[in-house]
Design a binder for this molecule. Structure first.
Ligand code: GLV
Ligand code: MG
Length: 346
């Protein structure tokens, strides 16, 4: 481990100093754009006002013969648009692919000053983060980039899950992590053919009772991994996210998967289809009734100590802290979304 002082030193002479306190940004949905398709690039100006993060996807789902067009398309969409407080991210190809190096060598000099976050797929351990960290510092220094580009890891291999705490601790450049259920299922040898969500056969069967049909209760395949990721992220001050939900014909299941992740501590999810933007916005903005109740707790305990009863429920320092999580998030949402600001009364 590096000493604390060395941990925050730039990794190349002339590179910007790493963030000690990363910028606070609302990132309820990371919206994926395939940048090699011109029609999709044309939608970016309208998207910027609808989503919290626009991500140009260069990795999986981009055909091998379109990889270079996707990279160029991303640079073009980054240059042509002004993103304001909407995040600009890219998902680059994985480290052992033939495209990763040129993704970095072309994108950072061209649009590094606009790029907030690089999403790195198939991260296995801290060595992957160290490599990208060093490379980014060299490229930032060479290109005169003024603020550090952050790294967001996709947690989508068995080895990555095993090493999740080391990955979280690897660099001050770490922004957060997303669960990648499709690659993770393959890497673990799970017997599924889906992108996220549940499975009808992953059930607990109720005990047998005479003359009663037995019911199977579907369980959440991702509970363990999301919990492990949330603990790793929050203990290092990073942001955890649920990743993709592939069944666009089932918005209810998408919403349920997103909501489980939200309740467990995640701050957003990927939107791969325009319909998922609204689902993510709804789920990852705290519910107005919860915000109102949380504000009552904060008002009743101005210094956050002691115990009070509200609507028959005991509140103390620990519920005050939970309430603060919800109200702080509601304030962030309200700063961006005037309609919700009014609903929250903030
Ligand atoms: C995302 O990249 C996934 O593999 O689920
Ligand atoms: Mg993947």
């Amino acid at each position: 481990m590096k000493t604390p002082r060395a941990f925050y030193q730039p990794l190349a002479i002339g590179a910007p100093a790493p963030f000690r306190e990363p910028p606070i940004k609302l990132e309820r949905m990371i919206h994926f754009v395939p940048p090699h398709i011109e029609k999709m690039r044309q939608k970016v100006p309208a998207l910027i006002s609808q989503v919290d993060v626009v991500l140009g996807n260069l990795e999986d789902a981009i055909p091998a013969d379109a990889k270079i067009d996707a990279r160029r398309g991303f640079i073009q969409m980054a240059q042509e648009n002004s993103f304001g407080d909407t995040g600009l991210w890219t998902r680059v190809n994985c480290l052992n692919s033939p495209w990763f190096l040129d993704d970095l060598l072309e994108i950072v000099p061209a649009v590094g000053n606009k790029l907030d976050v690089i999403m790195l797929p198939k991260v296995e351990g801290l060595w992957d983060i160290h490599y990208l960290d060093q490379l980014l510092a060299q490229l930032e220094a060479k290109a005169g980039i003024s603020k550090p580009i952050q790294i967001h890891a996709i947690l989508e291999t068995a080895e990555g899950v095993k090493n999740v705490e080391d990955i979280a601790a690897a660099s001050p450049r770490m922004h957060g992590m997303s669960l990648g259920p499709a690659d993770l299922a393959a890497s673990r040898g799970m017997k599924t053919t889906r992108v996220g969500g549940g499975h009808p056969d992953y059930v607990v069967l109720a005990d047998a009772r005479e003359n009663e049909p037995r019911t199977g209760y579907q369980q959440d395949l991702w509970h363990y991994t999301v919990a492990k990721m949330v603990d790793a992220c929050l203990s290092y001050g990073l942001k955890p996210f649920y990743g993709p939900f592939g069944d666009f014909s089932d918005p209810a299941a998408c919403e349920a998967q997103f909501r489980n992740a939200f309740l467990m501590g995640c701050l957003g999810a990927w939107s791969l289809h325009p319909t998922q933007i609204e689902i993510a916005k709804q789920v990852f903005s705290p519910e107005p009734g919860e915000v109102a109740f949380a504000r009552k707790i904060l008002d009743a305990m101005p210094d956050g100590t002691g115990a009070v009863m509200i609507d028959g429920k005991m509140q103390d320092d620990a519920t005050w802290k939970q309430a603060k999580v919800i109200v702080d998030l509601a304030r962030q949402v309200a700063a961006k979304d005037r309609d919700l600001a009014e609903v929250y009364g903030l």
